[in-house]
Design a protein around this ligand. Structure first.
Ligand SMILES: Cc1ncc(COP(=O)(O)O)c(C=O)c1O
Length: 384
């Protein structure tokens, strides 16, 4: 028997109760029963994103909501700035260019976080910039970008939006949509929200809704004004992702029971335990400035083939972790802390990595990483 552990930065493990609730017989989406569930799920999202604005639930993966952010607020030949520090920064560039938007970039070495003062300097020089696109957490590099500081730069600029791909940062890092002055926040169901893939959430500030009034880019399925009109009446423009939304309601109940801020804290503790563990094993962290609490990336010893290592952990130990993308393929390991993940998932992941390292010939002492993680976990979680 091989018990399977999904410890990747999305999709993530789905709690048993959520699976059971989603397995209930189908109900119709134009019914009071579904509308009550939908209403509660959206109210819950407001608490997670700390906003009085209206989070919209879309039936798509996260990229759909990224595209929706662009086509609902901008026009052809608008000028925008993209923080380009990894695979998902590149996605913002591709989406914007698809719609004829003029993209400037701040290019970062993979592993670096953007500096808010560099964004400010760019906007001072280019005041006609309509939007700054960034990832809260750049999953490909396991880096956090300083969302609060970036929002402080754009907050008082009436015609410049801060658009945050929070696909692996919302529900992980405390993200105060209203207080910080974020303009668009996006996330997906298959990350911190502990659901299968298939839903995306997008929230717009009043500034973003104002820009939607003058946006002429083509949109039909992702017309957010149509969605808002419907979702304010607790329904969706198109057929809702019924089972996923039923699951979302259960997830929201679980998060509220744990306490939203405790959810953020749990991610922080497990991320810190993992960082200390990999350092104790002599592995170098990929994130140079601000590490993401969604996943920890670290370099494997040079003589280890990372692709074979990830395959060994998955096929022989039942532990799915992520490897690297593009030029980091085969070189790094990304260990998730996202969603339905607790202290003993962290311990399991670290112990498997230790066994793998030994198997692949690395000179490590078994238990050193586990002990470092245990120290953090016991220090931070007195109930253990
Ligand atoms: C930061 C980030 N942005 C965007 C995406 C793309 O989301 P999706 O695959 O749900 O379309 C991902 C997926 O891993 C991500 O981690």
């Amino acid at each position: 028997m091989l018990k399977k552990y999904l410890i990747t930065p999305g999709p993530t493990a789905v709690p048993e109760q959520v699976l059971l609730d989603m397995a209930r017989p189908m109900i119709h989406h134009r019914t009071p029963e579904f509308e009550a569930i939908f209403k509660e799920a959206r109210q819950g999202l407001k608490k997670v994103f700390k906003t009085e604005q209206e989070p919209l639930i879309l039936a798509s993966s996260g990229t759909g909501a990224m595209e929706a952010a662009v086509v609902n607020t901008l026009n052809r030949e608008d000028k925008v700035l993209v923080i380009n520090g990894g695979k998902f920064g590149e996605r913002w560039i591709k989406i914007c260019q698809t719609y004829g938007i003029e993209v400037s970039t701040i290019d970062l070495e993979w592993g670096s976080s953007v500096k808010a003062e560099d964004v400010k300097a760019f906007l001072d020089k280019n005041p006609d910039t309509k939007a700054v696109f960034v990832q809260g957490s750049e999953t490909s590099t396991t880096v956090y970008h300083p969302v609060k500081e970036l929002a402080a730069v754009t907050k008082n600029l009436p015609e410049t939006l801060l658009v945050v791909d929070g696909i692996t940062s919302a529900g992980v890092h405390d993200t105060r949509f209203d207080e910080w002055g974020i303009d668009i926040l996006i996330t997906g169901s298959q990350k911190a929200f502990m659901l299968p893939p298939g839903l995306a959430f997008i929230t717009l500030s009043q500034k973003a809704w104002n820009m939607a009034e003058t946006s002429r880019l083509p949109k039909f399925y992702f017309n957010l004004k149509t969605e808002l009109k419907n979702q304010l009446k607790n329904t969706t423009a198109w057929t809702a992702g019924v089972s996923l939304i039923i699951g979302l309601k259960t997830v929201i109940d679980m998060m509220e029971k744990e306490g939203i801020d405790n959810v953020f804290k749990r991610h922080e503790i497990n991320a810190e335990a993992t960082r200390q563990a990999v350092k104790a094993l002599g592995l170098k962290l990929l994130a140079k400035d601000l590490p993401s609490n969604a996943a920890t990336g670290c370099f494997l010893p040079e003589n280890i083939d990372g692709k074979a290592f990830v395959k060994y952990l998955r096929d022989k130990c039942g532990i799915s972790l992520a490897g690297g993308q593009d030029h980091l393929a085969g070189k790094i390991l990304r260990i998730s802390h996202l969603g339905y993940h607790d202290a003993f998932d962290t311990i399991t992941a670290i112990s498997a990595i230790e066994m793998g390292l030994l198997k692949f010939g690395a000179n490590i002492e078994l238990g050193k990483g586990v002990a470092a993680a245990q120290k953090v976990l016991m220090g931070e979680m007195p109930e253990i």
